[in-house]
Write a protein that binds this ligand. Structure first.
Ligand code: ADP
Ligand code: MG
Length: 385
């Protein structure tokens, strides 16, 4: 019996009907493009969130996570609603509760359940522990209640839970990556059409390794800044007469910039348009098996996020500069920014040296020690038993 199933049994006093898992994700390239109808290229992490679950017939939901100090949070199906997510220390329960709500709000026959959650996806590190939790819950409920949903549909319900129930205006990337990724591949997603392509990304065979550097910081400034970036992109799109910035072709960037009066708006647009182009180039290089040559695109993407989009921070900049100087092929911040994680592409045999250099640079700068792990592109959500 898995540890998650065993803990469920101890907690609720009877065995779970099954265990489901969904991974965190890291975005290889395509940052701050998903609310501009653009392109993203995430892959699933080996770290994942497991949900052991069983149905209940009394209209009650019980939620428990080993990652939350709150104990069991109990809600009734009748009280679920975007105005009534669990508050205070029970606030984490809004993520799984929101999934129950999103499915039921669409008229799907989902009843109560007992859930026990355990996870090794670090929360708040920009690696999408929230999507892992939502997608694992959605998959569990879909199986338990025999809902005929595709993976992209499950991802859409998970996203709706986060947008409408928890109240975080995230794009389509995180839940799609967690629900749909396959091992050894990155997921190229068109965030307008939601068309997806699995791009082979086998680092190990190419003698390469990807380091995820969790800076362990989250700057408060990030929250309002995300909304402001989103607003300035939408304003610029309106000023340029396009539905979204994705509709500005890379070849027409200079003409578009010339039509924008606001220098800040110009820089935001330049990031989004060049970032979509970097996703395209990355895809081309991966398709040609030229993995080692993708490094400069990562570092270029970082500089664009740092200088044009202004969402980096000293810890992320230090991680990137140090990794590159210590022999990484390229590196960049990944996720929303203002903290969270950076990604570095390194030769497999240089992994330790690069990690040591970053750790030492953080020590000298007086930062909290970073958490550095190697991450191979892993499988998306699955039923474990
Ligand atoms: P990220 O998705 O980058 O990790 P978020 O702020 O979007 O960061 O989501 C983190 C939040 O999700 C946590 O603060 C917690 O409320 C919830 N969460 C994620 N994983 C778990 C878990 N295993 N147990 C309980 N809550 C979790
Ligand atoms: Mg999240």
């Amino acid at each position: 019996m898995s540890r998650t199933a065993q803990e469920f049994h101890e907690l609720y006093g009877y065995p779970a009907e099954g265990v489901w898992a969904a991974p965190g994700r890291v975005n290889l390239i395509g940052e701050h493009t998903d609310y501009n109808d653009g392109f993203v290229l995430p892959f699933a992490l080996p770290q994942r969130t497991e949900v052991a679950a069983a149905r209940r017939t009394d209209g009650t939901i019980a939620l428990h996570s080993d990652g939350a100090p709150s104990g069991v949070v109990t809600l009734t199906l009748a009280e679920l609603g975007p105005g009534h997510p669990p508050q205070g220390p029970d606030g984490w329960a809004a993520y799984p509760a929101g999934v129950f709500w999103a499915l039921r709000d669409a008229g799907l026959p989902v009843g109560g359940a007992d859930l026990h959650i355990r996870s090794d996806v670090p929360a708040g590190a920009g690696l999408s522990s929230s999507a892992a939790l939502e997608v694992a819950t959605a998959l569990a409920l879909a199986d338990l209640y025999e809902l005929p949903l595709t993976r992209p549909e499950l991802a859409a319900f998970a996203r709706r839970a986060e947008n409408a129930y928890v109240g975080v205006p995230c794009g389509a990337m995180d839940q799609m990556a967690s629900a749909c990724a396959i091992e050894g591949h990155a997921l190229r997603l068109d965030t307008r059409s939601l068309e997806q392509r699995h791009i082979p990304f086998d680092c190990a065979s190419a003698g390469l390794s990807l380091l995820v550097i969790d800076t362990r910081v989250k700057h408060a400034l990030g929250d309002g800044a995300y909304a402001r970036r989103l607003a300035s992109c939408h304003q610029a799109a309106a000023a340029l007469g396009v539905r979204a910035l994705r509709d500005i072709p890379y070849g027409e960037l200079e003409q578009a910039l010339a039509r924008l009066a606001d220098p800040v708006g110009r820089r935001r647009v330049r990031h989004v348009v060049t970032e979509n182009e970097r996703v395209r180039r990355m895809e081309e290089l991966l398709a040609a098996g030229r993995l080692r040559e993708t490094g400069p695109l990562l570092t270029e993407g970082h500089l664009s996020l740092r200088d044009d989009y202004e969402v980096s921070c000293p810890e992320l900049d230090l991680a990137v500069a140090t990794a590159d100087a210590a022999g990484a092929h390229g590196s960049r911040m990944t996720g929303g920014g203002f903290g969270g994680s950076a990604l570095a592409l390194v030769d497999a045999d240089a992994q330790q040296a690069v990690a040591d250099a970053v750790t030492e640079a953080f020590r000298r700068a007086g930062h909290t020690p970073p958490r550095i792990t190697a991450a191979a592109p892993s499988a998306g959500a699955a039923r474990l038993r």
